[in-house]
Design a protein around this ligand. Structure first.
Ligand SMILES: *Cc1c(COP(=O)(O)O)cnc(C)c1O
Length: 385
């Protein structure tokens, strides 16, 4: 048997050990973690909807009306009226014929690829895709190929050799660790010319990007003919939990019939669907949340540039500070923690070796003085570590 304790000890020495902090009370940007009050810049709750009174209320009434759990998978008797309403509302929101709820984004990605691909097919993925897309591709049984990050020429040449099977290109819309956007206009045109499906995982774009919050595709002016398969998650900007895939009637019916992570799992609780429905209303009605977030992004980048911090080319709520070695990222994170600011260090294998970073996530739940406080703390950490 392997020495698990010894391996974990080694991990500690390498600065790669991961552990959790316990959070007390309500979700938000001011938290109590391990008993200590702090200001957090790490959650994906980009619009501050996780603790919105209307969303909480909808979750409560959903539980009152439907019960605490869904009772079964969607295909048995777990598909309630409110799940169905949410699917219809999501489809309308992203302007596609149909949408299908999954319990998580991870499962949605696995489900799509397991339903569409088989041995003899090919899947092409950006090197920096989220782990769930990578795992989905590896598990699909299709031949797996990773192209250089955001490199359309590399993708095109890999697609060059036509084979017999089907081909699927999958990419994050907004890259989760770098915050940059995939060059989707060019990727879509390459996919069209090479007769490949295109799937976009818009976990960090949906709700946040585009004038109406419809995500990266709205921001870049793309529709369902450009990107036939859209995946969005509800645990980030929507502040709740779950995910959906949106596309054609035939795509959704195929997923209902063939996606293993849809068929062989309990439907998410109806109260969660009710909360997401309330959240979707707020995403559409309260565009001030996106505007406020964009003001924070601008203020943060301006301040950080003045300080000479190693920012990356990101225009989104994900603003990494690239520090290199894991040890260095940990030191910065610990120094900030000592000042009551929580930003975990992101280290390999989540990012490539030598590209450890602080991944700052901004939210509409932050106030301008929070951004100020962050910049002041970063300046002092920068000069002292
Ligand atoms: C968070 C995330 C997922 C997983 O979504 P969950 O609903 O949390 O399982 C998938 N893709 C990307 C790009 C993500 O950032």
């Amino acid at each position: 048997m392997r020495d698990l304790a010894g391996q974990m000890q080694q991990r500690r020495q390498d600065g790669l050990y991961r552990s959790r902090k316990i959070q007390e009370g309500m979700q938000g940007v001011e938290l109590i973690l391990d008993g200590k009050p702090c200001l957090a810049f790490c959650s994906n709750d980009y619009l501050g909807l996780s603790h919105h009174p209307q969303v909480i209320k909808a979750s409560q009434s959903g539980a009152q009306e439907y019960g605490a759990g869904s009772g079964a998978s969607h295909l048995i008797n777990g598909h309630s009226r409110v799940h169905h309403q949410l699917e219809e509302a999501l489809a309308e929101f992203v302007q596609r014929p149909r949408a299908l709820l999954f319990s998580t984004g991870y499962m949605a990605n696995l489900g799509v690829m397991s339903a569409l691909l088989q041995r003899g097919d090919q899947v092409f993925e950006d090197r920096l895709n989220h782990a769930s897309l990578i795992d989905a591709g590896l598990l699909s049984g299709a031949r797996f190929s990773r192209y250089t990050h955001a490199d359309v020429r590399d993708l095109k040449s890999r697609l060059g050799h036509q084979r017999n099977g089907d081909r699927l290109v999958a990419t994050d819309g907004v890259f989760s660790m770098d915050g940059d956007l995939a060059p989707l206009v060019d990727i879509a045109s390459v996919c069209r010319s090479k007769d490949a499906w295109l799937m976009v995982d818009d976990a960090h774009g949906i709700g946040v990007l585009g004038a109406n919050g419809r995500g990266t595709l709205e921001q870049l002016g793309l529709d369902d003919t450009d990107v036939p398969i859209l995946m969005g998650t509800l645990g980030k900007a929507f502040g709740t939990f779950g995910a959906f895939v949106a596309g054609s009637e035939a795509l959704i019916e195929t997923l209902i019939n063939r996606a293993r992570t849809y068929i062989y799992t309990t439907a998410l609780p109806p109260s969660v669907a009710a909360a997401s429905l309330a959240s979707l209303g707020l995403v559409q009605e309260e565009s001030w949340r996106r505007e406020k977030l964009n003001d924070h992004i601008k203020a943060f980048r301006q301040g950080a540039e003045q300080l000479g911090l190693p920012l990356m080319a990101s225009a989104t709520a994900i603003q990494p500070i690239l520090l290199g070695e894991s040890e260095r990222a940990l030191k910065w994170s610990e120094a900030l923690w000592a000042k009551g600011i929580y930003i975990p260090a992101i280290r390999p294998p989540t990012v490539e070796e030598g590209r450890a970073r602080l991944r700052i996530c901004l939210s509409a739940a932050h106030e301008p003085q929070h951004i100020e406080r962050l910049l002041v703390a970063l300046e002092s950490v920068m000069t002292s570590t």
